[in-house]
Design a protein around this ligand. Sequence first.
Ligand code: ARG
Length: 459
Amino acid sequence: ARSSMWGGRFSGGPAAIMEQINASIDFDRRLYRQDIAGSKAHCRMLIETGIIDRADGEAILNGLDQVLQEIVEGRFVFKTALEDIHMNVESRLREIIGPAAGRLHTARSRNDQVATDFRLWTRDAIDDLDRAAAALQQALIAQAEAHADAVMPGFTHLQSAQPVTFGHHMLAYVEMLGRDRGRLRDARARLNECPLGSAALAGTGFPIDRAMTAAALGFDRPTANSLDAVSDRDFAIELLAAASLCVMHLSRLAEEMVIWTSAQFGFVRLSDGFSTGSSIMPQKRNPDAAELIRAKTGRVYGNLTGLLTVMKGLPLAYSKDMQEDKEPVFETVDTLMLCLAAMTGMVSEMTVNRDRLAAAAGAGFSTATDIADWLVRALGMPFRDAHHVTGAIVRLAEDRGVGLEDLSLADLQSVEPRITAGLRLDPTGSAASRASQGGTAPDRVRAACSDARARFLTP
Ligand code: ARG
């Protein structure tokens, strides 16, 4: 049967396949709460402005409450023939309260309705993501505090570079997540304008009060241009972009977890709760959650590219193409929430093997820069010359198959006679010496932990 919402000019019903491609109810039912809140705000405004009479308006408001209750309690029957959440709700409202239901859609279109619903949903999702990202920061900071002084190898090119502290490494991710949260906050501030009252595309001739509906729904103000308000989805794309950056950061941490938990590294051990076994190899403790976070990044990037592509080249104003905006956003939010929660669990329950970290910290001639720095400081050598001399010392150690700390003073003096016993080489001292602002020294890291708590975890 033709929709009673717009069937007036039709005599034949839709083809079954038409109904199938057109319907969005299977996914946009997730907007029910926002849809009903938007309708109630619109209805109250219609009453206050005298556009509909109070008795009809009260009947609509009560009916909408009943619809909400039916959906929440799982008693609501969603119908594909009614296309989307908006028409499913309105049709049920008519069953409950009768013809007065038809007055709700005065001075409104599904175009401003869906734009409003979706902004409301996205706003809530941003708040959820912000809380989840803060929880991960909290877990990372706790590990950073526990291991502010645990010396480990720092890498560039995944080659031993200079000793760093485990706490410093954790706090690097805290900063990334802080920027991710900032991007979400920025997107939230920009999206918080209310499209309601833009109607189909041109605004409406009814004497509506847009400031009233905007305020009732917690928006900062009504949108300024009706064509823009019903036809842009940049707010959704901003969320997908911010989510893409965040999951990229999670994927890098996940990759480090995979590396660190390998037998060859052994820096970190995941809890039983976040390890999986093998059906053939009994020794296995696989980091599946980390691998899946790394992999789910693909969906999140795909959804960003997908929605950008849906929107490109659409003439103003609304086109049905835009109904394809919801699934990528829902999937991305679900995916990122899951990844943030899984990473939070992994990080808070992991055990850090400080002995393995310490043993690895000196490997790969990681204190070579300290020799060069010492030559500059103690002998006044230009850094480039010091670099050259140190290179010769590294070559000597490498030829002998020993570490830098195994060379005797006489060995060092065979390369540079002015070297004295004042040159001490050990990874712990090396890390402790890097006390510049933002550096890896344990004292710096402890201060950075409380600074991070203040910046990111106090409301
Ligand atoms: N389900 C539609 C969507 O999500 C609602 C808007 C429909 N508007 C229209 N003119 N057909 O985009």
